[in-house]
Design a protein around this ligand. Structure first.
Ligand SMILES: [Mg+2]
Ligand SMILES: [Zn+2]
Length: 187
């Protein structure tokens, strides 16, 4: 069973552009490539898990989400970094696309996307980490028994001061490279 790092996408890996609906709005943080490469070298399975309710809301298609991820992977590969898988939740109970407008098992903080990594990569959640800019990311870490690192990019700078009752992060750091450094020290 392998350890993984589960990365939130918007606000963690790339700038949070609201509902990202154009490839030219993808903006990696300057440290993203280095952070992911460091996690690759440390032997982690690196998986992006992202809520993309814009699909259920009819703002963009699943094909666009997948195109975004291919684009991201190409940018990362140019710097020697690799995402092993991208898992996304296209659902939302208040969506417009009927088939996707449901309460699902995969919208964070529900654990469905982590369970996919467990079955596809043999990941051990209790040896793994979740990095994200929102408390749902940390809530997911709690639910699966992983450690949760909140970053101050994206919504994190605001979220830091409003933790939900009973939820706290294992670390709060400035950004993804800070999170990677914290994780490498933990292991
Ligand atoms: Mg986010
Ligand atoms: Zn879902």
């Amino acid at each position: 069973m392998k350890p993984a790092v589960f990365l939130d996408r918007d606000g963690t890996l790339i700038e949070d552009a609201g509902y990202l609906d154009r490839l030219d709005r993808i903006a990696l943080f300057p440290w993203t490539v280095d952070a992911i490469r460091a996690l690759n070298r440390a032997g982690f399975v690196v998986v992006v898990i992202t809520n993309q309710s814009g699909v259920a809301r009819g703002f963009f298609t699943e094909a666009f989400v997948e195109e975004t991820h291919r684009h991201l992977s190409a940018r990362l590969a140019a710097g020697g970094a690799r995402i092993d898988a991208y898992y996304y939740c296209p659902h939302h109970p208040d969506g417009k696309v009927p088939a996707l407008s449901i309460v699902c098992e995969c919208r964070k903080p529900a654990r469905g996307l982590v369970d996919r990594a467990v079955s596809e990569f043999g990941v051990a959640p209790e040896r793994s980490f979740v990095i994200g800019d929102r408390w749902v990311d940390i809530g997911l870490a709690r639910i699966v028994g992983a450690k949760g690192v909140l970053v101050r990019t994206g919504y994190g700078v605001l979220e830091e001061h409003t933790p939900p009752r009973g939820i706290n992060a294992d670390a709060v750091v400035d950004n993804l490279i800070g999170a990677a450094a914290w994780i490498l020290k933990e292991i």
